[in-house]
Design a protein around this ligand. Structure first.
Ligand code: ZN
Length: 358
């Protein structure tokens, strides 16, 4: 049996696109969404818009999934050929040692491995500490700067994790380097594909593939200003706390437990987040119940999504967020459940059917 969600994830996760350099992902989004929409456009930031026109005078629903993934940039090339990296997005340096990375050089991808001091020569104190990114380096196998440059590598080149996404052992669990937020992108594509099956949906739906979420929700605000929707829903992953590493009560979201309706989130360090109005969360709950989709309730401290900047764009936008539970977030081995993603699509279609809200 064809597994559309799996096929989409294999394609989308493989594309490289750190914040500000999302072109390859945008190309894929265009290939998938252009045949499903009546109008396509883009803006100078790199946001892409796909509009499926509804009935005349019907409300406008904006869906938004970010195309960018966390990654790195080449910041410096050492005389000995090693590459020093600048982090793009919120990294945990502990996730970076021993990884294989890919530099998008002028002549195509260049593979490197992240090196540090070997176990044999570290002190007891060093062994107990995370190694900061500034002490790590990428080894391309070259022995001087000229050799590294001859591979087409320059300061400013984007760098991503080099890892092929896969389904885990016949389960419906998918692991990839960029499930945050290619999972949201896949859900948005499937929602647009299935819109035409739902004759009761009168709304105009604008699917926005946004840029630069991981560096401060930068793309989605201007996108909302352009679209001026009646209601907007961000589609992003959220932290599942159902592993032995986490206290569940701190992150009470389960992988495979269905999509999560966001009530509140806040990233105190960045002073961003969203408080979703109750008149919107109630309708999202109603949509989930009508579609017989089990949903989880999400209150997250420590993170935010595009919903935060969409809500504040222009004169303000009624904005919510539907989340896909994810384990191992912001690492090379992010995990999502394809079943959660499918239920997310069902919830969104059911919600679109409820419009207008008042
Ligand atoms: Zn995200």
């Amino acid at each position: 049996m064809a597994d559309r969600m799996l096929d989409l994830m294999l394609k989308l996760d493989a594309a490289r696109g750190i914040s500000g350099y999302e072109e390859a992902v945008a190309e894929l989004m265009h290939a998938e969404l252009a045949p499903l929409s009546d109008e396509q456009t883009s803006d100078p930031l790199g946001n892409h818009y796909f509009t499926k026109r509804g009935a005349k005078g019907a409300p406008v629903l904006m869906l938004c999934a970010h195309m960018d993934e966390i990654g790195f940039l080449v910041q410096h090339i050492e005389d000995e050929g090693f590459v020093r990296l600048a982090g793009v997005g919120y990294h945990d340096d502990r996730m970076l040692t021993d990884q294989v990375l890919e530099v998008e050089g002028a002549d195509g991808p260049v593979i490197g491995v992240v090196g540090t001091k070997p176990a044999h020569v570290i002190s007891a104190e060093e062994a107990g500490k995370a190694i900061p990114l500034r002490e790590m380096f990428l080894d391309l196998g070259t022995s001087d700067r000229a050799a590294t440059e001859a591979l087409g590598v320059r300061v400013g080149d984007p760098v991503t994790f080099s890892r092929t996404g896969m389904q885990l052992n016949g389960t419906r669990v998918f692991t990839g380097k960029s499930v945050d937020d290619r999972a949201g992108c896949a859900v948005m594509i499937e929602t647009m594909r299935r819109l035409s099956e739902r004759k009761k949906i009168k709304a105009t739906v604008v699917a926005v593939a946004s840029v630069m979420e991981e560096v401060g929700l930068r793309g989605a605000g201007p996108a909302a200003f352009r679209v001026q929707p009646d209601v907007a829903i961000a589609l992003d992953v959220t932290l599942a706390g159902d592993t032995p590493a986490t206290e569940f009560r701190q992150l009470p979201i389960k992988l495979g437990g269905g999509p999560a309706i966001k009530y509140f989130d806040w990233a105190p360090a960045a002073l961003i987040g969203s408080a979703v109005p109750r008149r919107l969360t109630r309708r999202l709950e109603e949509a989930a119940e009508k579609a017989k989709v089990p949903f989880q309730r999400e209150v997250l401290i420590g993170g935010a999504t595009d919903a935060g900047s969409i809500a504040l764009a222009g004169a303000g936008t009624l904005t919510g967020c539907v989340s896909i539970p994810s384990r191992h977030i912001h690492s090379a081995v992010g995990v999502v459940h394809l079943g959660d993603m499918e239920q997310c699509v069902d919830l969104l279609l059911s919600f679109a059917e409820l419009l207008p809200l008042e």
